[in-house]
Design a protein around this ligand. Structure first.
Ligand code: PMP
Length: 398
């Protein structure tokens, strides 16, 4: 009695808030552009053929704890190859600690807890802007957050000079979170040359790069090209942390399959770090579920199914590019006076449209088009008849 009287409702998550407003709208023309997962032309989630094939292969498999450990290590073994490269020395020499995680969110959270445990005084530098949950994750791990410049609202591109200054001005040995490709929410990535400069400055400052890889394959369509930033840092001899998610590039959002890897100086250190990561996970959720990881490890370790996946990633990335081109084309044909070049310059699932909060409210009110207040829209949701013109109309107002 009275125990929980002081508990007030938590503020709405910006992304879930959009979904709630969308669901409450009775209009048959409504459209939710706030969705953060891949969709087909009818707005439905897609089950990849490689997942179907893996599913057929694991039918009848015993879902026992004894399966779980070996499948988990297979997942880690295959996941690190995807980010660090098949022939990377860190893998050959066992200089990494890797664990299966509850998708990308769980990987970030586990790293944040690990950071707090072994660098209790440290901060995390997050890009401005970033996926909103990064702030929640490091806040809940009691790691103070700072932001570094990333997006330039005028150019709708990267604010490279300010980013480099922030790296320089952060205290030596700071932790930085980087999106290696398809930055969420802006769709703006550094070029290869810029990544090299960032890597060099990290070296000079002795900063720790933590890469959050949630969209490998979605930027270029090629898994290796999308890992280029990480490979550049690897070449430069950095100790790296990396969170990986299969939610988007395998369409396995609901299965929560991910991986956290932390590079180490040798294989003995790797054993110690892995045991600490496992201990932290043990207190949170003991061990991760086994079904999704069986799917992912089957896809990654069967050469035929893997090459099917590689092709399907390419198909999804191509479709994202076509959708961006079609949106820009429609807006231009409708005579919008705004420059929409950024729609096709940006990459990945999200388009940072540049609409103002007033436009966004007007779009929801008058046209039943929903998106987050930062103006991020999904680049894979089809625009039903009439809605492209509503975007153009709204922008004409500015
Ligand atoms: N990092 C970034 C940048 C993301 O956009 C997302 C998904 N929205 C995640 C991590 C985590 O995704 P999940 O936990 O679904 O794998």
């Amino acid at each position: 009695f009275g125990w929980w009287d002081h508990v007030k409702p938590a503020p709405l998550d910006p992304i879930n808030g959009v979904t709630e407003a969308f669901l409450a709208d009775p209009s048959p023309d409504k459209i939710n552009l706030g969705v953060g997962a891949y969709r087909d032309d009818e707005g439905k989630p897609v089950v990849l053929q490689c997942v179907r094939e893996a599913e057929a292969k694991i039918v009848g498999c015993e879902f026992l704890e004894s399966v779980s450990a070996s499948v988990s290590s297979k997942l880690v073994e295959e996941s690190v190859k995807l980010v660090y490269g098949n022939n990377s020395n860190v893998i050959k020499e066992g200089r990494f600690a890797g664990v299966q995680t509850l998708s990308g969110t769980g990987a970030c959270h586990l790293f944040a807890e690990f950071q707090k445990r072994f660098y209790p005084e440290s901060l995390i530098y997050l890009p401005d802007p970033t996926w909103s949950n990064h702030h929640n994750i490091w806040r809940d791990a009691h790691v103070p957050r700072r932001t570094f410049h990333y997006y330039n609202h005028n150019s709708k591109g990267l604010n490279f000079a300010a980013l480099m200054d922030d790296i320089k001005n952060a205290p030596d040995g700071s932790f930085f979170l980087l999106h290696p490709c398809a930055h969420n929410p802006t769709g703006v990535d550094p070029t290869e040359d810029q990544w090299s400069e960032i890597s060099h400055r990290f070296k000079v400052k002795n900063h720790f790069p933590f890469f959050d890889m949630a969209y490998q394959g979605f930027a270029s369509g090629n898994l290796d090209i999308d890992a280029k930033a990480i490979r550049i840092f690897l070449e430069d001899g950095h100790v790296i942390g990396c969170a990986q998610s299969y939610a988007k590039n395998m369409g396995l959002y609901g299965h929560r399959v991910g991986c956290l890897s932390v590079l180490c100086s040798d294989s003995t250190q790797a054993v110690a770090i892995k045991s600490q990561l496992q201990q932290i996970a043990r207190a949170m959720y003991s061990s991760p579920p086994v079904h999704g990881v069986l799917l992912v490890s089957t896809i990654l370790s069967d050469p035929d199914i893997k090459s099917l996946w590689v092709r399907e990633v390419q198909v999804m990335a191509n479709r994202i590019r076509r959708k961006r081109a079609a949106l820009r084309d429609s807006l231009e044909k409708l005579g919008s006076p705004i420059n929409w070049e950024h729609v096709t310059n940006q990459v990945g699932m999200f388009c940072f449209s540049g609409l103002t909060p007033d436009h966004i409210d007007q779009l929801a009110r008058e046209f039943h088009v929903y998106m987050t207040h930062d103006s991020r829209i999904s680049s894979v949701i089809s625009t039903p008849k009439g809605n492209a013109s509503s975007l153009a109309f709204s922008s004409n107002e500015s």
